[in-house]
Design a protein around this ligand. Structure first.
Ligand code: FES
Length: 138
């Protein structure tokens, strides 16, 4: 094989590999993940109770939206994690037993009601209940 032919093969192979990798990355970005198609259905979604012990919270995707699930002695609560003020993601603060926004300090109770700060309205809340060893949302 001539040197020139060998270099042509190398360049062609590199361009082909780049095109395949770019196409794969693009499709992987557009294709829904397995978890987003299996966790949510018309019946809602479930999380193992052991994943959110009492006093803790977890952020999940529910109906395609960031959702915070809080587990306290009072029960389980599922609320939109998107602050109604300017859209930052809220966090659970177990010491204060409040949900607070890190951006402008809006505070919410476990039902999403505004306790303080600039939020113009409550967090959207979803039905949440414990069934057997699962937290069912929706
Ligand atoms: S975005 Fe949450 S208080 Fe401003």
């Amino acid at each position: 094989m001539r040197r020139r032919t060998f270099l042509d093969y190398c360049i062609g192979g590199g361009v082909t590999a780049w095109a395949v990798l770019t196409a794969y990355t693009g499709l992987a970005f557009l294709w829904p993940t397995k978890s987003s198609t299996t966790e949510e259905g018309s019946e809602g979604t479930t999380i193992a109770l052991s994943e959110i012990p009492v006093g803790n919270a977890s952020k999940i995707s529910y109906k395609g939206k960031p959702t915070i699930v809080v587990h306290t002695q009072e029960g389980v609560f599922a609320l939109s994690a998107i602050c109604p003020h300017l859209g930052c993601l809220v966090n659970w603060h177990p010491d204060e037993k409040q949900i607070a926004c890190p951006c402008h300090a809006a505070k919410f109770d476990l039902r999403g009601n505004v306790l303080g700060g600039p939020s113009p309205g409550p967090l959207e809340s979803y039905k949440a209940e414990i069934i057997n060893d699962q937290i069912k949302i929706g």
